[in-house]
Design a protein around this ligand. Structure first.
Ligand code: NAD
Length: 518
């Protein structure tokens, strides 16, 4: 326990922060640039999933703190939107640079609090940096097109305006990167953000807010990047129903996303939904199996199966099924499981006891439904929330394989024809990430065609997880349809305006309509 506290104190000291850590002392969970003390002290304890022991606690935002944060964010919007976009980009550039300075300690903190291995923790911070860089370039490219008007001496074009306060609700599994996907884009688009992170990962959020504050202080700005930490059922609920928030970007489970969609659309607010996945890989008879097995391992076991893009379903052509399963059964025992900050460890813990219980319950259901456990299938008896990576031979009708269990459980199916594999692949409610391993041009193109994968992400000879930020990220069906990060995802953070200017002396109407007094 004292080692852990010592570690986290060192992390924060590396960040140049003077946070009070420890169970008895408290950090604040609401910030607009200035930290806000709530009227009511409700403590949230952050637990180290590798040991089950507390790391530190923060004081959550209450209603009054929420109100202060939202008021500040709304006020800041009216000035921030007037800063020219390339200048907003310069500030985001500084944020990226500050994240470069703190990449190592912030990455370690991500691993400590969330449980992903050190290189993935660092990767998450790198993703934040990449997003900042992307947003800087974007700040000079918030283009709208010009259209040809059907009327003489008329000009028509589209332009994009800042939207307002963006509510960013994030999941535990990408505790900092998903914030950056949203906040970096929103900032160059002229919006302010209020971030409600997962209650499983409050310390990483506090650290990121401190990093933002350092940058914004230099420019004498507050209220652009804001934080409210508190329970979903109170703070989250207020945010999704708040008419001052024209856009809620929500990352989390499909069940919660459905509720967010209903709440925001009831008030004609918008939402970006990044929800659950049930991702699959198809391996054809001619696939490069060395490549496929390596990709399957990372996608199924990496982050202990706690990525939205984690591989959950594997469709193997019947001619190579035994060979691939054999190789996986050989590889799984050599995966080192343990403290994610220790060298050589490839799989850390699940995030909390609830996640372990969900894993255990899923395995009971799998057995009852006729799934055969080929490897793993139990919790690991050691402190913390560790489970075995698990391989299940699945009959085609296995109901559990239709659900997202947020744990390292891989369902293996066999298929005979590509048509059959694609049909099974697309038969679930979720539509996030997908991949095919094949050496056949026809099979690859078929998979990528509109007769192929129905997911938002479709890869060839690459696993389902580990997307780059340059593309738009998101999924279809019950994954929610949202798009974040690269490409033109920025458009969701702005409002579109179509403008027509008559610079002639006539007033012609569109479609040749005549409306003239006799
Ligand atoms: P979760 O749905 O339990 O929580 C997500 C967030 O919603 C948390 O911040 C939580 O506090 C908040 N919340 C809870 N109740 C709320 C309410 N009433 N109003 C507003 N907010 C509320 O999800 P989780 O367990 O943190 O994360 C795992 C899930 O997230 C998985 O389903 C995973 O697939 C999904 N996910 C999706 C993506 C994606 O890009 N598609 C990325 C990461 C995670």
């Amino acid at each position: 326990m004292s080692d852990i506290l010592h570690d986290i104190k060192t992390f924060f000291a590396d960040l140049g922060l003077h946070l009070e850590l420890g169970i008895k002392k408290s950090n604040l969970g609401a910030c607009t640039g200035e930290w806000i003390a709530p009227e009511e002290e409700r403590k949230l304890v952050s637990i180290n999933p590798s040991s089950g022991e507390p790391i530190a606690s923060i004081i959550q935002a209450d209603d009054a703190a929420y109100e202060k944060v939202m008021t500040a964010a709304a006020a800041a919007f009216s000035t921030w939107r007037m800063v020219p976009a390339p200048q907003r980009g310069e500030i985001v550039r500084e944020l990226g640079n500050e994240l470069r300075v703190f990449k190592e300690p912030l990455g370690r903190l991500v691993s400590l609090e969330m449980g992903k291995i050190h290189s993935e923790g660092l990767g998450e911070v790198q993703e934040m940096i990449d997003m900042c860089d992307f947003a800087v370039g974007l700040s000079r490219q918030l283009y709208g097109p010009t259209m040809m008007s059907e009327r003489s001496r008329h000009r028509m074009y589209e332009q994009w305006h800042p939207l307002g306060v963006v509510g960013v609700v994030t999941a535990f599994n990408f505790p900092v990167a998903v914030w950056a996907w949203n906040a970096a884009l929103a900032a160059v688009c002229g919006d302010t953000t209020v971030w409600k992170p997962s209650s499983d990962t409050p310390l990483t959020a506090v650290a990121v807010q401190h990093i933002c504050n350092r940058v914004m202080k230099r420019h004498d700005l507050t209220g652009v990047f804001n934080l409210v930490i508190g329970p979903g059922r109170t703070v989250g609920e207020r945010m999704i129903n708040d008419p001052r928030v024209p856009l809620v970007s929500f990352t989390g489970s499909t069940a919660m996303g459905r509720h967010v969609a209903e709440a925001t659309s009831r008030r004609f607010g918008r939402s970006i939904l990044e929800l659950g996945g049930n991702n699959a890989i198809i391996v054809t008879a001619d696939a490069d199996l060395d490549l496929a097995v390596r990709a399957i391992l990372f996608a199924a076991v990496g982050t202990a199966g706690q990525r939205c893009t984690s591989l959950r379903r594997l469709f193997l052509h019947e001619s190579i099924a035994d060979q691939v399963v054999g190789r996986l059964l050989k590889a799984y025992p050599s995966i080192t499981i343990g403290d994610p900050l220790e060298k050589g460890v490839l799989m850390g813990p699940l995030v909390n006891q609830d996640a372990v219980d969900a894993y255990v319950a899923a395995l009971e259901a799998i057995r009852a439904q006729g799934g055969e456990i080929l490897y793993g299938g139990g919790r690991i008896q050691r402190p913390g929330f560790f489970v075995e990576p698990t391989i299940v031979r699945a009959p085609p009708e296995l109901a559990m394989a239709r659900e997202e269990t947020f744990a390292p459980i891989l369902y293996v199916f066999e298929y005979t024809s590509l048509d059959e594999a694609i049909a099974m692949h697309n038969s679930v409610d979720q539509g996030l990430s997908s991949a095919i391993f094949t050496e056949s041009l026809r099979a690859a193109e078929r998979f990528l065609s509109h007769e192929g994968s129905d997911c938002g992400i479709a890869n060839v000879n690459i696993g389902t997880s580990g997307a780059e930020i340059g593309g738009a990220f998101g999924g279809e069906k019950e994954t929610g349809g949202g798009r974040e990060a690269g490409s033109d995802a920025w458009k969701a953070y702005m409002r579109r305006q179509t403008c027509t200017i008559n610079w002639g002396g006539e007033l012609p109407l569109a479609q040749g309509v005549k409306f003239e007094l006799e």
